[in-house]
Design a protein around this ligand. Structure first.
Ligand code: PLP
Length: 404
């Protein structure tokens, strides 16, 4: 039985993150002593951790292939490149996400197009996707914010009708299951992040899962300098770069993955309890799991509040009051259309961004009404809050009530 350790310095004894135990120390130490600090080229394995982790994570995510990479940002970029996305193509991305979901699109010389969200589930509003499709649209990047899945069945129907590729950004969705299928297996590929705050972490790191043999080979080639599996390692067949993961990260991920299912179960059980109690507060609405979801990754736990029921507290006053009481709460992601880099419209030399639905006046909040409203009155708890005891969750609920 794995036991969590607890922070002593926030006064509330909330679980700390990241966590590690002697298995993590042992595998890192063994890797160090083995002298095999990289995985080697395909077919000429040096270290074994990358190859084993890829199999283990694919198995956990119930996919055929997993390709480990340096981080979750290049995972999206490599997936898009493997799907042939490039110069001037339009890629529809949720507006409510971390910048990487869109900057990875920009890195391929394509143009992200921002899609507003559903006010209850806080993820891409699939009913708004078709209006954004043009003759330049080539792909969609649904982001499962907080592990809450986009309605992938409906989205795949649209993608099939318009012949679009789909890259699921699963940076928050390790273990998410929607309509019996794990996130990342609905689209052409699913991309993951193992950055330090993520529910499965090695500090930095990423992975791409997919179920198609040729696509898996293509992704492999892109992330390993244009090499092909089991070919001479100085033969470089196509454009590719070095987005490989280090053996140390893969080693740590292997022992972290062993602990993950138990943590994931606890997060899901606690989220249900927390939501039930939070939603009893007049003026608080927790993120609603997309109907059809049986497990969520729960990378963050967002709540939306009504300022008029909380003495007109603005968002920063709201979460700072919680912080002052030892409760780790933070702002949510500023919507992509509000970011300076997407207002300026000069991201990459030679790319025409004039047809994008952002930039200059087009970035006005009124063009993204739902996300604007949600962002102005939402805060989020980090995932490790869901590893707390029920008493600690009750304490948070009581504190929020006291702000009224
Ligand atoms: C939704 C989303 N996508 C992609 C990423 C990028 O992952 P990484 O930080 O590993 O590059 C993140 C990171 O926080 C994220 O939140």
């Amino acid at each position: 039985m794995y036991t969590l350790s607890f922070k002593q310095d926030n006064g509330k004894n909330f679980p700390e993150w990241p966590v590690f135990d002697k298995e993590d120390i042992e595998i890192l130490s063994e890797t160090l002593k083995s002298g095999r600090w990289w995985a080697g080229s395909p077919g000429q394995h040096s270290g074994e951790n990358i190859w084993k982790f890829q199999e283990e994570f694919a198995s956990y995510q119930e996919s055929k292939y997993c390709i480990a990479v340096a981080n979750g940002t290049v995972a999206i970029e490599a997936a898009l490149l493997a799907l042939g996305i490039g110069m001037g193509d339009e890629v529809i991305v949720s507006d409510y996400t971390f910048v990487a979901s869109a900057s990875a699109v920009v890195a391929t010389n394509a143009v992200p197009i921002f899609c507003d969200i559903n006010p209850d589930t806080l993820v891409m509003d699939v009913d708004k996707v078709e209006d954004l499709i043009t003759d330049r649209t080539e792909a969609i990047v649904p982001v499962h914010l907080g592990g809450n899945p986009v309605e992938m069945d409906k989205l795949m129907d649209i993608a099939e009708r318009y012949d679009l590729s789909v890259v699921e950004d699963c940076a928050h969705a390790h273990g998410t299951r929607f309509k019996k299928i794990r996130a990342g297996n609905w689209g052409d590929v699913g991309t993951f992040s193992f950055q330090a705050s993520k529910v499965l972490t090695s500090g930095e790191g990423g992975a791409i899962i997919c179920n198609d043999d040729d696509l898996a080979d293509e992704i492999y080639t892109i992330i390993d300098c244009g090499r092909k599996k089991n070919h001479y390692s100085y033969a470089h067949y196509v454009y590719g770069t070095n987005y490989r993961m280090s053996e140390f990260l893969a080693a740590l991920l292997r022992t972290q993955l062993e602990k993950f299912p138990e943590q994931h179960k606890l997060r899901n059980e606690n989220a249900e309890y927390f939501t039930e109690h939070l939603n009893q507060i007049d003026g608080i609405k927790a993120m609603k799991p997309t109907p059809g979801t049986s497990e969520l990754g729960w990378y963050v736990y967002p709540i939306v509040y009504e300022p008029e029921k909380f003495n007109q507290l603005n968002k920063s006053e709201f979460y700072k009051k919680l912080n002052r009481n030892g409760i780790p709460t933070d702002d949510c992601y500023p919507p992509l259309h509000t970011l300076q880099c997407f207002k300026d419209v000069n991201l990459r030399k030679g790319i025409d961004y004039s047809k994008a639905n952002w930039g200059g006046g087009k970035s006005d909040d009124k063009n993204f009404p739902v996300v604007f409203d949600v962002y102005s009155r939402s805060v989020e708890f980090p995932q490790y809050i869901l590893l707390s005891t029920r008493d600690q969750l009750d304490e948070i609920v009581t504190l929020i009530k006291s702000l009224q």
